[in-house]
Design a protein around this ligand. Structure first.
Ligand code: NAD
Length: 356
C-alpha cells in the first residue's frame, strides 16, 4: 500500500527523532512491501524564522493533503518572548483545529523490565501497567465561554465547561472501538457528583454501551482516578475522559512510566487521518547531541500504522522491536540506567531497525 505522510521535524530534538522515525518507516516499507511518501512541512520556530509565522497556509495545506501527519516537537527559548499568536505552539493548535482532531490518545505503559525507572512503590511498579488514556481534545472548559466581569466582590473571572451529546458520543465511540481491540474494559472518568456536564457525559457513555455490549464500562470520579493512578495503575486499561481531566491525568500517567522519552501519542478526527507525536517537547537542552531518546517518536509511528493506516501487523512489528531492544538492555541516557553505557539516538534507532 502507498501512503503520503506530512512530516514536521520542528525544532530542537524534533529534527533528530523524526529522522529516526523516517528510517524506521523505511524499514517497515521494505519488510512489508509498502511505499511511504514523505512531504516535509515547516512549522513551529523554524517556520517563524523562515516565513515570519508558525504555520503558514501553504504548510498547513500539505498536512490537509496528507494521509497523516508525523510531528517531532516545536518550540525553544529563541521564540519564548514572541507574542502568543506568533509562538511555535500555535502551529499545533492550528493543525489540530484544521484537521478536526478531537481525540487524543496516549498510551502509558510500564514494562516490567523498566520497573526501576518507575517512581512508585516497588510492589506497585513490579506489577507493571499498560493503559491508554483517551482525552477529548476540542471541547470542554478550554473552549467554553470565558470572561471577566465586575461582581459583588470586585473583579471576577469565569470559564465554562460545556459538552454537547454529539461531542461526548464521538469521543466515547473512539474509546469503545479501542476497548474492543484490547481487554474490552473501559473506565470513564468524570465529576458527576458535582458537574451537570459530567452527568450528561455519563448518560451518553452508558447509552452508547448498547452498541458495544461486550465492553464493560465503569465510572470513576476524577479525584479518585488521580489517586488510583498512583495506588494501583494496573487496574486501568482503556480510559476516556474530557479535555481538562484528560490533560491532567495523562501527564500524571506519563510521569509514572519513568521516562518522558518513551511515550507516544495520537490525535485523531473523523477522517482517520491523525497527527502523531511524542508527548515530550523539543528538549533544547539536549538538541543536536545525538542523545535524545527516539523511542516515543518511533512508537508514535507504530500508532500511525495502526490507527490511520490499519496496518496492525506492521505496528506490532515496530512495538515488538522496541520491546526487544529494551529487554536486551539497550538504554538511552534518559532511562534510569542498568549499568550499561547509554546509546545515542542513531545507535538506538539502528538497534530497533535491526529487530524489525
Ligand atoms: P521537554 O519535554 O522538551 O523537556 C523536558 C525534559 O525532558 C528535558 O530535560 C529534556 O532534555 C528531557 N527530554 C524530553 N524529551 C526527551 C527525549 N526524547 N530524550 C531524552 N530526554 C528528553 O519540555 P520543556 O523543556 O518544558 O520544553 C521545551 C520546549 O518544548 C518548549 O519550547 C516547549 O514549549 C516545547 N514543547 C513542545 C511540545 C510539542 O511540540 N508538542 C510539547 C511540550 C513542550
Amino acid at each position: 500500500m502507498e501512503f503520503n505522510i506530512a512530516v514536521i521535524h520542528g525544532d530542537g530534538i524534533g529534527v533528530e527523532i523524526i529522522d529516526s522515525a523516517i528510517e524506521v518507516l523505511g524499514a517497515v516499507a521494505k519488510k512489508f512491501g509498502h511505499k511511504f511518501n514523505f512531504e516535509p512541512v515547516s512549522a513551529g520556530g523554524n517556520a517563524i524564522d523562515k516565513f515570519g509565522e508558525p504555520l503558514p497556509m501553504a504548510e498547513l495545506e500539505k498536512c490537509l493533503r496528507s494521509d497523516s501527519v508525523l510531528l517531532g516537537a516545536v518550540g525553544g527559548p529563541k521564540w519564548d518572548t514572541l507574542p502568543g499568536h506568533l509562538r511555535p505552539e500555535r502551529a499545533l493548535l492550528g493543525i489540530r483545529k484544521e484537521l478536526g482532531l478531537y481525540a487524543n490518545i496516549r498510551p502509558a505503559r510500564l514494562m516490567p523490565i523498566l520497573k526501576d525507572a518507575c517512581p512508585l512503590k516497588k510492589e506497585v511498579a513490579e506489577k507493571g501497567f499498560d493503559m491508554i488514556i483517551i482525552r477529548e481534545l476540542t471541547g470542554g472548559i478550554y473552549y467554553g465561554e470565558r470572561g471577566r466581569r465586575i461582581g459583588q466582590n470586585g473583579v471576577e473571572a469565569y470559564d465554562t465547561e460545556l459538552y454537547s451529546e454529539m461531542e461526548i458520543e464521538r469521543i466515547a465511540r473512539t474509546a469503545y472501538e479501542i476497548a474492543m481491540g484490547r481487554k474490552k474494559q473501559l473506565i470513564s472518568i468524570d465529576k458527576a457528583n458535582v458537574l451537570e456536564s459530567s452527568r450528561l457525559w455519563r448518560e451518553v457513555v452508558h447509552k452508547l454501551n448498547a452498541e458495544y455490549p461486550e465492553v464493560k464500562v465503569t465510572d470513576m470520579l476524577v479525584d479518585n482516578a488521580a489517586m488510583q493512578l498512583v495506588r494501583n495503575p494496573s487496574q486501568f486499561d482503556v480510559v476516556v475522559t474530557g479535555n481538562m481531566f484528560g490533560d491532567i491525568l495523562s501527564d500524571e500517567a506519563s510521569q509514572i512510566t519513568g521516562s518522558i522519552g518513551l511515550l507516544p501519542s495520537a490525535s485523531l478526527g473523523e477522517s482517520g487521518r491523525g497527527m502523531y507525536e511524542p508527548i515530550h517537547g523539543s528538549a533544547p537542552d539536549i538538541a543536536g547531541r545525538n542523545i535524545a531518546n527516539p523511542i516515543a517518536t518511533i512508537l508514535s509511528v507504530a500508532m500511525m500504522l495502526r490507527f490511520s493506516f490499519k496496518l496492525e501487523k506492521e505496528a506490532a512489528a515496530v512495538e515488538n522491536a522496541v520491546n526487544a531492544v529494551l529487554e536486551q538492555g539497550c538504554r538511552t541516557a534518559d532511562i534510569p540506567g542498568n549499568g550499561t553505557t547509554p546509546l545515542g539516538t542513531r545507535e538506538m534507532t539502528a538497534n530497533i531497525i535491526e529487530k524489525i
